[in-house]
Structure formats: structure tokens, C-alpha cells
Design a protein around this ligand. Structure first.
Ligand SMILES: [Zn+2]
Length: 223
């Protein structure tokens, strides 16, 4: 099983920028953390379309994944333009009955659940004609992670702990979507309980924080 993670933009193309942040930096950081989590926890190979801050054309990104015969392509982006929240895309030419549509539904449900736990908006499952979705020969999904020009969203994107938890949510979402085998069984523990899902751990931690408790999430082995 080979997954290609595609950190959007890079090099001379910063992507969206606002509030002192660049989309290209967020997508790369997130992709690296997701890879780290995935290979640590699951029987899977993960490649990135770029490892650092450099220009990679959309054509090159697609060719890399196609040549390697990757099983899944996930493009990571951050939105801009006055909205708020999370949304994801599959190629507009795909039917609702396609394998990619079914996989995206699983991916979306985990991520939307995670985001709404942070009181972020779920903008839904969408379709578009984006190049990386159209030209990849494997199932491909493009995720728009919050809005860089929205005050609430930016506060989260600047928070290292949030990015860590988001990477964990992606790891779980990808593992569920592709039915990956676990290397090590892990639970996500908060001070008042242990959950098999980062989604519920984050919800509880947020609830505790809203009540003034300094809650942290820690991974512990499951019995
Ligand atoms: Zn982008």
C-alpha cells in the first residue's frame, strides 16, 4: 500500500497568505506529521510530492504518484477568500457510485467530525476539475483545511497542538478509509478518559479546556 501526500504549493508559489502565514508552510508541516504518524502506526508506505520549500509543478506531482502506482493521492491545502471551515474535493467527472466517492465519504466523516469538535464549519463534500484530481490514475482527494484569512481558523492553524491533533485525525481518517493494518495499537488518552478515536479525545479535551482545565491529549498503548 502506497499513499502519496501532496503538500500544496511551495517555492515561488506560496499559495494563500494572510495573518502572517503561508499556505505552503502549513501544508508541508501537516503532510510531514501525517507521514510520521502513519508509518509509525500502520503497515503502509507514504511518499510526499515535495520534502521542502520548492517549486513542483502539478504535472510533476501527478506523474510521481502515477509512476509509483500509488494506491491513494491526498492533496493538502488551506483555503482563503472570506469563508470558514473545512471542505474536500474529488474529481467532478466521478459518479456518486465510484470507488473514490465511497473512500472520500469515509475520509470526510472522520475529518468533519474532528473539525466540528473544534467548532469549525463543515462545508461539505465537493467536486471540482482540479488537475491533481483529474490526472491521477488512483483515487485522489483534495482537502481544504480551514481559511487562512479567517480569524478563528487562523488561531487554530497557528496552534502547534492543533496541528498535531489534526495530523492524528488525518492519520486515523486515512487508516479507516484505506483499511490499513495497525503496527501498534494506540489509544488517545485525555486526563479523564481514554478513547480509541482522536475525534472524541479532542472533544473531551476541548470541553475540559472550556471549563478552565488544562487538558492534554497523550497517546498510550491499548491493552
Ligand atoms: Zn492551495
Amino acid at each position: 500500500m502506497l499513499i502519496y501526500l501532496d503538500p500544496g504549493h511551495g517555492g515561488s508559489d506560496p499559495g494563500a497568505s494572510a495573518n502572517g502565514m503561508l499556505e505552503k508552510d502549513i501544508t508541508l508541516k501537516l503532510a510531514k506529521k501525517i507521514r510520521e504518524n502513519l508509518v509509525e502506526k500502520y503497515e503502509v508506505n507514504v511518499a510526499l510530492t515535495r520534502e521542502d520549500d520548492k517549486d513542483v509543478s502539478l504535472k510533476d506531482r501527478v506523474e510521481m504518484a502515477n509512476k509509483a502506482e500509488a494506491n491513494f493521492f491526498l492533496s493538502l491545502h488551506v483555503n482563503a477568500g472570506g469563508g470558514e471551515g473545512y471542505e474536500d474535493y474529488i474529481y467532478s467527472g466521478l459518479s456518486a457510485l465510484s470507488k473514490t466517492a465511497a473512500l472520500r465519504e469515509i475520509l470526510h466523516s472522520v475529518l468533519a467530525n474532528f473539525y466540528t469538535g473544534y467548532r469549525c464549519v463543515d462545508r461539505g463534500m465537493k467536486k471540482a476539475g482540479y488537475y491533481v484530481l483529474k490526472e491521477t490514475i488512483m483515487s485522489a482527494v483534495l482537502c481544504e483545511n480551514l481559511f487562512i484569512d479567517n480569524a478563528y481558523d487562523t488561531k487554530l492553524l497557528k496552534d502547534e497542538v492543533f496541528i498535531e491533533n489534526l495530523a492524528r485525525a488525518y492519520t486515523e481518517a486515512i487508516a479507516m478509509t484505506l483499511n490499513l493494518d495497525k503496527k501498534v495499537k494506540l489509544l488517545y488518552a485525555v486526563q479523564v478518559g481514554a478513547y480509541s478515536s482522536i475525534v472524541y479525545a479532542s472533544r473531551m479535551a476541548n470541553e475540559l479546556k472550556s471549563k478552565g482545565y488544562d487538558a492534554i491529549i497523550k497517546e498510550i498503548p491499548a491493552q
